[in-house]
Ligand binder design. Structure first.
Ligand SMILES: [Mg+2]
Length: 232
């Protein structure tokens, strides 16, 4: 028998929001605005590739509570610039500031996001659980128009802990008045979203758009968000 869910919790980045596409568009802007070509950075792709490596590593430290948000914001650019032999903290700070201001305005959603949310919203309570920065995530859901479908936004900044810590899921349940066995978590990061939700007693939908993850230990696995309309 189909389980009756009442609350659906979505991850935002790389689940609904095409993070990498928005980031690339932002980098193209920043590269031009700050004349990075004349400063010795040969191309925007090279710049983004180097940044991506530093960002992943620093973001892991941030998630583990070993790095402050304000440091993360500029340091990922500082280290990227250093790869191109540019030692310029002031420029790194400007790039960091521009990045968080511009990227939420580059609206890129995965296919079928809006129609899927429109289908689900009258039937379930929809919420977001994200490790992203509060003000950035608020802006993304507002500018994209997704805010009309979501009741509550739960950020790690507000909860004081980050996914996959089960405490953020407990916090989300409390904030929304949901119970774990009537709740479903939908996310793209196996360790962060899926394992975290499972530990907290929630069912999980693993969104694997490229179909490349070997992980199958989840309640459902989907490649396209519209598949949620068949499950729910
Ligand atoms: Mg994600």
């Amino acid at each position: 028998m189909q389980k009756k869910y009442k609350h659906l919790f979505f991850d935002l980045d790389r689940t609904l929001w095409d993070f990498d596409k928005s980031a690339m568009e932002t980098f193209e802007d920043i590269y031009k605005t700050h004349h990075l070509a004349t400063k010795g950075i040969p191309g925007v792709e090279e710049f983004y590739q180097k940044y991506h490596i530093h960002n992943l590593r620093l973001w892991d430290l941030y998630r583990e509570g070993m790095l402050e948000k304000e440091i993360l914001r500029w340091k990922r650019f500082y280290l990227t610039l250093l790869d191109f032999h540019i030692d310029d903290r002031a420029l790194a700070e400007k790039l960091g500031k521009d990045y968080v201001e511009i990227s939420p305005r580059k609206v890129n959603l995965f296919p079928h996001v809006m129609e899927t949310l429109k289908y689900l919203a009258p039937k379930y309570h929809l919420h977001l659980i994200t490790n992203g920065f509060q003000e950035v995530q608020e802006l993304k859901i507002k500018i994209s128009g997704m805010n009309r479908y979501f009741e509550k936004l739960i950020t790690s900044e507000e909860a004081g802990v980050k996914k996959p810590d089960p405490q953020i899921f407990y916090y989300a349940l409390k904030k929304t008045g949901a119970v774990a066995n009537e709740s479903l978590m939908i996310g793209d990061d196996y360790e962060v979203d899926i394992e975290g939700a499972r530990v907290a007693g929630m069912d999980q939908v693993f969104f694997d758009p490229q179909g490349i993850s070997p992980q199958n230990h989840c309640t459902y696995k989907i490649k396209d968000l519209s598949a949620l309309c068949n499950i729910l």
